[in-house]
Design a protein around this ligand. Structure first.
Ligand SMILES: [Zn+2]
Length: 472
């Protein structure tokens, strides 16, 4: 079993006591952390030693909400509310995707992740997948070396239709076939190389119900499947414009997204609720009582001008909240350091309270809180003996930082994800001195991604979204 020693780092453990060890060390054996020590303790020698002087060494960042295929379509949604973006950009793009586009996007998403210090992401699938496309999505994750929770979507057309606004969508499989396919894919891929974790994505939110893409029966069938296999279910919840889809949903159902799940008897702890912008106090109490986690994506919410998540009320209720980017087609950046900074600033200015969201709190959200939300905190999210060696180091010896007076604050408010120097996932060193450790032609991948994106945009008929050099 090979061993690696990280020495001389400014180690931010995010363990239960939140130990910080300036000049400390971490010893990795195989895929796990074997020992952690402070500067005055002497580590045993290892096969490989990495000098982390001038760096913050911390648990790999965990992106609690992403759609990897969005990595090809940044900047296509500028200036659109979420409702318009879904109809005018996302649904046409989704229909135009081919298997190899998904594969290329998955490579790009995994590389973006490594190069910004993220070791794990939740890939919330929202295209319609089968055996072949799931393979195309997961194989690059395995090859590049990152960790991912892959949430397989479940779709079903409600009968009768939930809303007359959109025509009924014909899905290629019956509800039973859809559930059986999801189960077979979960069994096939769950645990692959110790880094692929399977889950489900079931949309029960206002916009998706109004689009007739979910039925009560598939929600209940998915909950049963998730409980049987102990899976997380990710779900865009209470996201959209308060005066459009959110209002329309309330007018039709008499309540919000969480109220709907409560009435169905489907509000179980397996859910990971994404966004949660417009939850009432009653809904927040339901979520807290069920022990459900949420993921907040403040840059995405601001990009579409949807709203600002009620984090103070959610924290007060005791809800665990992690952090995510959302698909980079509705954020434009995969950088989790940027998300931490924005999360802190947008909340603090909303509450006129500069102490509400500290650097420490957003680091917790991007590490241990996201790990809990994904049901993976027994493996990742903190640097502790016995946990998997998902470790990143950010180099603070950069001109734009130079004097990191408080390193945790410097990381959140001065650094960028691209300041990452070292990335290890599951004990495998992926990035060292800022370079990929294993041979991979990134330049060719970037060229392919550009070509494929242009073709999909053309096939989707949304060329006008990117044609103007300067928009007035
Ligand atoms: Zn999303």
């Amino acid at each position: 079993m090979s061993s690696t020693l990280f020495t001389n780092g400014y180690i931010v453990t995010v363990d239960a006591e939140r130990h910080v060890l300036p000049g400390g060390w971490i010893r990795v054996e195989g895929d796990s952390i074997a020992a952690i020590g402070s500067a005055d303790e002497q580590p045993a020698a290892a096969d490989r030693t990495l000098d982390m002087r001038g760096m913050v060494v911390m648990p790999g960042l965990i992106n609690g909400h992403n759609h990897f295929w969005g990595s090809l379509f940044k900047n296509t949604g500028d200036g659109l509310l979420l409702e318009d973006w879904l109809d005018e950009v996302t649904l046409p793009l989704k229909s135009a995707l081919r298997v190899e586009d998904l594969r290329t996007a998955s490579y790009l998403g995994a590389l973006e992740q490594i190069r910004t210090g993220t070791t794990t992401s939740l890939n919330h699938l929202n295209n319609e997948n089968d055996d072949e496309t799931i393979q195309a999505i997961i194989e690059p994750v395995l090859e590049i070396g990152v960790r991912q929770l892959v949430a397989k979507e479940l779709r079903d057309a409600p009968n009768p239709a939930f809303s007359a606004k959109y025509p009924p969508h014909h899905y290629p499989r019956t509800r039973d076939e859809e559930l059986a396919l999801a189960e077979s894919l979960v069994l096939r891929w769950n645990g692959a190389e110790g880094r692929v974790h399977m889950g489900l994505a079931i949309e029960t939110g206002a916009m998706w119900l109004l689009h007739n893409s979910t039925s009560d029966e598939v929600i209940l069938g998915g909950v049963e499947l998730a409980q049987r296999h102990n899976l997380r279910i990710t779900n865009h919840c209470s996201a959209g414009s308060s005066w459009l889809s959110i209002k329309e949903f309330r007018d039709v159902t008499g309540g919000g997204d969480v109220d709907y799940l409560v009435r169905l008897g489907a509000l179980v702890s397996n859910w990971v609720l994404i966004h949660c912008l417009w939850l009432t106090d009653r809904e927040i109490a339901h979520v807290a009582r069920a022990g459900i986690s949420a993921i907040t994506n403040p840059v995405s919410n601001a990009y579409s001008a949807d709203g600002i998540a009620p984090l103070r009320r959610m924290f007060d209720a005791g809800i665990n909240v992690g952090l995510g980017t959302d698909g980079t087609y509705v954020n434009c950046s995969p950088d989790m350091v940027e998300q931490m900074k924005f999360a802190a600033l947008i909340q603090n200015v909303t509450h006129l309270d500069p102490a509400f969201m500290s650097a420490e709190r957003v680091i917790e959200m991007a590490t241990i809180n996201s790990a809990k939300a994904l049901g993976l905190d027994h493996l990742i999210g903190s640097l502790e003996v016995g946990k998997r060696a998902d470790i990143v180091a950010f180099d603070l010896d950069r001109t734009h930082i130079t004097v990191p007076n408080r390193p945790v604050s410097a990381l959140v408010f001065s650094a960028h994800g691209t300041d990452v120097d070292t990335v290890m996932v599951n004990g495998r060193l992926l990035l060292a001195d800022g370079d990929l450790v294993e041979a991979f032609d990134e330049k060719a991948l970037r060229a392919e991604a550009r070509a494929r994106a242009a073709e999909v945009i053309e096939r989707a008929g949304i060329g006008h979204r990117v044609a103007e050099h300067w928009r007035r």
